[in-house]
Design a protein around this ligand. Sequence first.
Ligand code: GRF
Length: 201
Amino acid sequence: MNTAPSSSTFFIVVLLSGKGSNLQAILNYIQQQQLNIKISAVICDRSEALGLEIAKQHGVATFYINPKDFATRQAFDLALQNQISSLPCDLIVLAGFMRILSADFVNYFAGKLINIHPSLLPKFKGLNTHQRVLDANEKTHGCTVHYVSAELDNGPIIAQSQFNVQPSDDATTLQKKVHALEHKLYPQVIQSIAEKKSQEN
Ligand code: GRF
């Protein structure tokens, strides 16, 4: 694996709040494909997040920013912005980061901020997507990687993966199927953004 920082190394910072299965998938993919992509750090807003442990196991720097230390969302976002700005970073990857980011933060990092969402946007923005897909009798379901804009789950779509919903599916099976797609799609999108940047240089 080529992880030696060089002028062509593509640096990402991952923000998460939970299990970190997408972080794990990104780490695996970078290693398997021998990509010159390095995760500068994982930043988290929940001290108990399993994703922090995954990062530590892989020798990735971690930062926990406690929202309770800040009086306002803007103050938290500014601390987050300062932390990211202190790191090598070509792309900020939201991987289950359960906070709504302020417009100032999003605009500051415009074009460098991507998210993965468990639905085929623009359908089913927000939470509980799997149950809502079932309730709406959708024939297909999937995931979307998109640039983050100030409006929730509304930025330009980069890529989607989908599958047909089966009569036997429930919210749990849909979540598993979506996760499996996410774990393929997200690393591939990151790779393609990194390749695009290296061609520009
Ligand atoms: C994923 O389903 C993603 O679409 C959503 O949050 C979940 C994160 O899962 N934004 P994990 O923490 O990567 O396992």
